[in-house]
Design a protein around this ligand. Structure first.
Ligand SMILES: Nc1nc2c(ncn2[C@@H]2O[C@H](COP(=O)(O)OP(=O)(O)OP(=O)(O)O)[C@@H](O)[C@H]2O)c(=O)[nH]1
Ligand SMILES: [Mg+2]
Length: 405
């Protein structure tokens, strides 16, 4: 079965349930594993979620009290989880998965209306696959920010398949288009968007990126997510360059109920030092470090990040666990160039692609993978604390192409 069909089977039936938004109440069928569980693939996905949640709860250390902004609701959360029976837990995860698919659907609606509806129209417009059809398809994909080189390779592969498999009906081609787009992303690699959390001390995640891309907002959203998973989170405001930046991060920490450390008008590396010392003393699980987006030039930025990394290396074995580069999806190919530039100046471990809700050209995910070779770990699909998702290519493709399925 092709990917198109697989994804269709995975999500379509769930999404079509009429009461998707009113599923908070539990009834008999919700806790019976034999009811509603006809789709083995959905079950498998939920088992994976099971494992992830179980392993994230293993690291629990719940004794600490957060000095600056309290996050003691963590203890209550994990107790709640223990109290809940297996089927209730399973139900929760299923709800989470459904919610997550909904966020993808909603956040990608602009892209669906833009590039994907053009793709669907193309299929309707041509009754036969002709050179004009291919030309138009190529244009649509380039306009969708997929990247010229990627599109060229894609078109070659598509023409090849059409010829070999004797396909003449554009309606049949739409499934192949989705499959081939997926292949670009996967490209025989094992994709890991999982953040490795340390057992022995704080997991430090550094956020970098040019100004205005959404670093601070992403940190706030991610802090909310980790806090929900029962982790003790500290935000460190090392963007001492822009006035108001530290305060903005502090507001996020209050909004999502996690710890905060920051000092305006000081050296970013020394703020990071003090922040990590605090995290170690207070047994924080995760430290999210906000950095300045703009330091006049590349050399200064590189020096600054080197200094920050040196400090982290000195305090935490193995240094920062992740350096996530934040890219604004609405900037298209410019974002791809930023990723290439940052890759040269520091060791980036993954990408956060923000503002996907604001673009009609959802193809940038593919361009980043193909042209920069870095995994997209998270995507931003709106401005609220819940609008961040772990990047999942299957949900992403469903969010884009659901109207064609
Ligand atoms: N629609 C939408 N807006 C977003 C998203 N992420 C961030 N924003 C908005 O983008 C704007 C800039 O976000 P910030 O988080 O301040 O960006 P930054 O990279 O920290 O900016 P500097 O600190 O100036 O470097 C804010 O108005 C955010 O609300 C997203 O996923 N979707
Ligand atoms: Mg900021």
């Amino acid at each position: 079965m092709g990917l198109f069909q697989k994804i269709k089977n995975m999500f379509k039936s769930d999404a079509e349930e009429k009461n998707l938004n009113q599923t908070n109440s539990l009834d008999e069928s919700d806790i019976d594993p034999l009811v509603n569980d006809s789709d083995q693939e959905t079950e498998d996905r939920l088992d994976v979620v099971d494992e992830q949640i179980d392993s994230s709860n293993e690291n629990d250390t719940t004794e600490e009290k957060n000095i600056i902004v309290s996050s003691d609701s963590k203890k209550v959360d994990s107790l709640d989880n223990e109290k809940k029976g297996f089927f209730f837990k399973k139900k929760d995860k299923k709800e989470e998965e459904k919610k997550s698919v909904k966020v993808y659907e909603k956040g990608l609606s602009k892209s669906r209306q833009g590039f994907v509806s053009r793709l669907a129209n193309l299929t309707n417009k041509y009754s036969k696959i002709t050179d004009e059809y291919f030309d138009e398809l190529e244009e649509i994909l380039i306009m969708a920010d997929i990247g010229v080189n990627t599109v060229m390779d894609f078109m070659d592969r598509l023409r090849d398949r059409v010829q070999k498999e004797h396909i003449s009906d554009p309606a049949l081609l739409k499934e192949i288009i989705v499959d081939e787009l997926f292949i670009i992303y996967v490209n025989d690699e094992v994709l890991s968007n999982k953040i490795e959390f340390r057992e022995d001390g704080p997991t430090v995640i550094l956020f970098v990126g040019v100004n205005g891309v959404g670093k601070t907002t992403t940190i706030g959203k991610l802090a909310h997510k980790f806090h929900d998973e029962g982790k003790k989170v500290l935000l460190v405001g090392a963007d001492t360059f822009r006035a108001g930046a530290v305060e903005q991060l502090k507001e996020w920490s209050q909004k999502v109920d996690v710890g905060f450390y920051g000092k305006e008008e000081s050296d970013p590396a020394s703020v990071v030092y003090d922040g990590i010392e605090l995290a170690k003393k207070e047994s924080y699980d995760v430290v999210l470090v906000d950095t300045a987006g703009r330091l006049q030039n590349k050399v200064n930025l590189m020096k600054e990040l080197e200094k920050i990394n040196k400090v982290i290396d000195g305090l935490v074995d193995g240094g920062a666990s992740e350096t996530l580069l934040v890219i604004d999806a609405t900037t298209g190919q410019n974002g791809v160039s930023q990723a290439k530039a940052f890759k040269e100046i520091t060791n980036i471990t993954g990408i956060v692609l923000t503002k996907l809700d604001g673009t009609a050209k959802g193809g940038i995910v593919l361009a980043i993978k193909e042209e920069v070779g870095l995994p997209v770990k998270y995507i931003g699909l709106g401005e609220t604390k819940d609008d961040l998702q772990v990047f999942d290519i299957e949900k992403y493709i469903y969010g884009l192409f659901k109207d064609m399925m």
